[in-house]
Every structure is written in structure tokens, then in C-alpha cells.
Ligand binder design. Structure first.
Ligand code: ADP
Ligand code: MG
Length: 507
């Protein structure tokens, strides 16, 4: 390895994580210590000192020690969920950090570099992640020892993997990502190496929903044979889920398969110590039809939210392990115009990590990637409430941060001594009912003046972690009032706007 250590890419999915890097301008996925490319997002606590990540944890989940295993922390990031293990509580971010450290360790081992030499990383995040969730991912990355981190949205990474970063023509893409826990549909435009997200929609229908539907079916069949209700016993149920997931994956490749569940005592039948059932694609399709309906709904909602019609799409990118399921392509074909080309050349489970690995070239300053900039973008509006109770937007939605934006305000009455800077956050500044109050500060001692004369400059600055600082400065007496708000911090309140007259209006 040369003097320069590579940047690594990490796709921490809901159910599985992958690590990659750019080797001689070619994106590569690194295998874990089992030789597998995908590492299950599971952590098992053997004792207070030892945490097992990945396959080891997954295997423990099938044993009687399953209560010591935490699965799929990403699903809970940004919620109040705490995992209680052996008398200690872990937040989702703490569990993700353990996984992240393990992935970094795997990368260092594979690349034969010291772990501390890996300082740069691209971390992928779902398009729907809030600023709070993105900040949590950034913080975990820093705690894992990465000093330079770029977050990239998963659908953008998938589009990069398919070469749309360099597309000379404008393309209008739909990324259909069916992962383990959710379906994420994103509509984006690409032109001149940039991606513009038109809109997206997510639904909690993913590989796990198919597992559940199939497990219910198989469990029912087995119960008929042996009289045991699998849902009554957590260990038995987890083992059933394991067999089910494999069966589901098999049905993506073959029309019919046999499911075998070993070591079940079937009543008095001592000749056979296993259960077996045959299942075919037709039955599977019938069982999972409601899930297909749900997926169709999600795609239509994504179009609606993006204000486009299906005919708008020129290319469809298929991503996520569960998109291998039979029937997905047919479903998309039936919903989209015949001109929309479905891209599925890559293994769908690898599209995000391959794109993210390619993008590490940006932080490694490889010239050919310098055109594409990656930044953090706000997912809502930030502003100040004026005297009429309306939000004056200071930082718009979609603004790239770190950033600093200033607006000038003035008083609404003669000789007003103070004004209230009431900071609001909103998904839509037109909808008062959904304003969120995130802090306030008062500018005092305003010298006597007619309404509209004082000049109060209010500056919003967002740092790379999404920390918002608001500074209000009176131009004459230079009095400063300021406050810092960690967006989405626990202290965030869902208050109604003041609506009592803040005494200020925008100039
Ligand atoms: P995530 O990003 O949410 O972690 P992935 O893209 O890694 O999800 O996909 C994981 C899901 O893909 C799991 O639910 C898994 O069962 C499913 N999956 C993997 N291989 C297949 C297959 N051959 N057929 C159907 N589903 C599959
Ligand atoms: Mg994924």
C-alpha cells in the first residue's frame, strides 16, 4: 500500500452492511472474516466486554441466548428505543457504532493497513433520513475514527453505480430499492454530473415482510403436521424464519423448492424426525399478493409526491437484495412506460456500495470525480416567525450545509424596545399547523425609533453536523442575541408558534 491510505465506503443497511473502496479506479467490495460480502447488522453481547458482530451474532440468535442479540439498529435510529442487554441499555446509535467499528476493522484487515490509517469514509444514508438521523450517522462515523466523512444518499449511490454520474444526457431516474426492512422509491434527475431528487416515498415493506408472510404459511403447514404452534416458542420461530428466508431466496432462482425443518418430533410418528413441505412460486406469489399491492401503492405515491407521471421516467434502477424476488420486474414493467429501461445489470444488493465506493474517489481527489460534489442537504425549512405568525424562511429546504444565511428584520411598531426571534422548523412554510418551535431569543434594548427603521440582522448558520446557530445583531448598538440548537435534539419541542406578535417583520 502506498503512502496514501484509501477512503472506504460503508453501506450500513437495515439488515446487512457492506464495505468497499476504490482499487485502481475500480469499485471493490471487501469480504468479511467469513468471506462474505454482506455482514448481518446484528450484535451479540457475550459479556459486558465482548460484542460479536455479523454472522456470529446471527447464529446466536438461533440459540437459547437470543436475548443477548440486538438486530437491525438502523431501523430505530432517531427514536427513543433502547436495547436492554445484561443490565445495560444501548441506543441504536451505540449499536450502529459497534457495527461500524467492526466494518472498519474488516476493511483495515483486508487492506493490510492499520485501522487508524483509515480516516476518510463515505457513509450511505436513506433518502428519507432526517437531519437528526444523518447527524447520528456522522457522529458514529467520527467516533469510529473517521475524520473526513461524506454522507451520500443511497439512491444517488445506486445511480452512480449505474454510471449516471457521467451521463452526458439528462436522465430521469426511478430508483426502486427493496431492502430488508423497507421499500424506498426515489425519483431523481441527473444532468451534468449532478443529481436532483424530485421526491421519494418509503413504506415498511421489504424482504422481512415476505419472510413473515411465507413463515406464516409454512408454520401453518408444519403445525398441521406436528401440532406445534411455532409462534409460541421464540427460538423455534426464529429457526423457522431462518429456513423461510433461505426458501424465499431460493424461489428467486427456481420455480419450486422443498422446505425441510429437521428434528421435529411428529406425534407418534417415530420414523420421521423432520418436517418437509413443497412450495412453488405460484403459491408464494399468491401468499404475498398484498405486499405487491403495497409496493404498487408506494410507487404511485412517490410519483404523486414528486409531481410527475410514470411516463416521466426514462430509466429504472433496481436495488436492494429483496428486489431479486420473482415478479418485481414484471410489476415495474406494468406500471411504467415501455420506453423506460430497467437497469438490473448489477447485483441489486451491491448497487449502493459499488456507487459509494466509486464516490470515495471524490474524497481521495481523483481528478475524474472532482465534478461531482457531495454535500449535506437540509430536509426542511428553518426560519423566524414574523408578527403575523408566518414563517419567514431563512434556510430553505434542500440547502446545502455547512451554510450561513442572513436576513434583515425590523420592528412593526414605533419605539419597540424588543423583538422576539422565534425560530421555527417546517416541512412546508405555508402550513402553520405543522410549524415546529425549536427555540427563541429576544433582542433587547432597541433604541427608540419609528416602526420599520431599526435594522436587525439575523444570521442562521448550520455546521456540518446540522447544528444550527442563530445570531441576531442590532445594527446601531451592536447588541447581539444568540442561541444554538442541535436540530432534533431531545430538547426539541413541538410547541405551537407564539402567534402573539413577535414584533418583527422581514425587510
Ligand atoms: P438492506 O439494505 O435493507 O439491509 P439488502 O439490500 O441487503 O437490505 O437486502 C436484504 C434483503 O434481501 C433481505 O430481506 C434478504 O432476505 C433479501 N434477499 C437476499 N437475497 C434474496 C433473494 N435471492 N431473493 C429474495 N430476497 C433476497
Ligand atoms: Mg440497502
Amino acid at each position: 500500500m502506498g503512502a496514501k491510505y484509501p477512503a472506504v465506503a460503508i453501506d450500513m443497511g437495515t439488515t446487512t452492511s457492506l464495505v468497499g473502496y476504490l482499487a485502481n479506479h475500480t469499485p471493490c467490495i471487501l469480504p468479511n472474516d467469513r468471506g462474505n460480502l454482506a455482514t448481518p447488522c446484528m450484535v451479540a453481547f457475550k459479556d459486558s466486554q465482548t460484542a460479536w458482530v455479523g454472522e456470529l451474532a446471527r447464529n446466536l440468535l438461533l440459540s437459547s441466548h437470543c436475548e443477548n442479540v440486538v438486530v437491525y439498529p438502523k431501523k430505530y435510529l432517531g427514536t427513543e428505543t433502547l436495547f436492554k442487554i445484561q443490565g445495560r441499555e444501548y441506543s441504536p446509535a451505540e449499536i450502529m457504532l459497534i457495527i461500524l467499528r467492526k466494518l472498519k476493522n474488516l476493511a483495515a484487515t483486508y487492506l493490510k493497513v492499520p485501522e487508524r490509517a483509515l480516516k476518510k469514509a463515505i457513509l450511505t444514508v436513506p433518502e428519507y433520513f432526517t437531519d437528526t438521523q444523518k447527524t447520528a450517522v456522522l457522529n458514529s462515523g467520527k467516533l469510529a475514527g473517521f475524520e473526513q466523512i461524506r454522507l451520500v444518499s443511497e439512491p444517488v449511490a445506486a445511480a452512480v453505480a449505474y454510471g449516471y454520474k457521467d451521463a452526458l444526457t439528462e436522465e430521469r431516474l426511478m430508483v426502486f430499492d427493496l431492502g430488508g426492512g423497507s421499500l424506498d422509491v426515489t425519483l431523481l434527475e441527473t444532468s451534468d454530473g449532478c443529481f436532483y431528487v424530485k421526491g421519494f416515498e418509503s413504506a415498511p415493506v421489504g424482504g422481512a415482510s415476505f419472510d413473515k408472510a411465507l413463515a406464516d404459511f409454512l408454520g401453518g403447514k408444519f403445525e398441521e403436521m406436528c401440532g406445534v404452534n411455532f409462534t409460541d416458542d421464540p427460538i423455534l420461530y426464529r429457526n423457522l424464519m431462518e429456513v423461510t428466508e433461505k426458501t424465499k431466496a431460493d424461489l428467486s432462482f427456481v420455480d419450486e423448492t422443498e422446505v425441510l425443518f429437521p428434528y421435529m418430533l411428529i406425534g407418534n410418528n417415530t420414523k420421521k424426525n423432520y418436517l418437509n413441505v413443497r412450495i412453488n412460486r405460484y403459491q408464494f406469489k399468491r401468499i404475498t399478493e398484498p405486499l405487491f399491492d403495497r409496493m404498487r401503492e408506494t410507487v404511485l405515491k412517490a410519483f404523486k409526491k414528486s409531481s410527475v407521471v410514470p411516463g416521466w421516467v426514462t430509466r429504472v434502477i433496481i436495488s436492494g437484495g429483496a428486489s431479486r424476488l420473482p415478479g418485481i420486474k414484471q410489476m415495474l414493467n406494468s406500471m411504467l412506460p415501455s420506453l423506460a429501461k430497467i437497469e438490473s445489470r448489477l447485483d441489486p444488493e451491491h448497487a449502493v456500495i459499488l456507487g459509494a465506493s466509486e464516490l470515495t474517489g471524490i474524497i481521495d481527489n481523483h481528478d475524474q470525480f472532482s465534478r461531482l460534489e457531495l454535500q449535506n442537504v437540509t430536509s426542511c425549512y428553518f426560519g423566524v416567525e414574523d408578527d403575523d405568525g408566518n414563517m419567514v424562511v431563512v434556510v430553505p429546504k434542500g440547502e446545502v450545509y455547512p451554510c450561513e444565511i442572513t436576513k434583515t428584520f425590523t420592528t412593526t411598531e414605533d419605539n419597540k424596545k424588543e423583538i422576539l426571534i422565534h425560530v421555527l422548523q417546517a416541512k412546508n412554510p405555508e402550513n402553520h399547523a405543522l410549524y415546529r418551535s425549536i427555540g427563541h431569543v429576544t433582542v433587547e434594548d432597541i433604541p427608540p425609533a419609528r416602526a420599520g427603521e431599526p435594522n436587525i440582522r439575523v444570521t442562521f448558520s448550520l455546521d456540518e453536523y446540522g447544528k444550527l446557530k442563530v445570531i441576531a445583531r442590532h445594527s446601531e448598538n451592536n447588541k447581539i442575541a444568540s442561541l444554538s440548537i442541535k436540530i432534533g435534539e431531545k430538547g426539541e419541542r413541538k410547541l405551537k408558534p407564539q402567534r402573539r406578535g413577535t414584533g418583527l417583520r422581514v425587510v
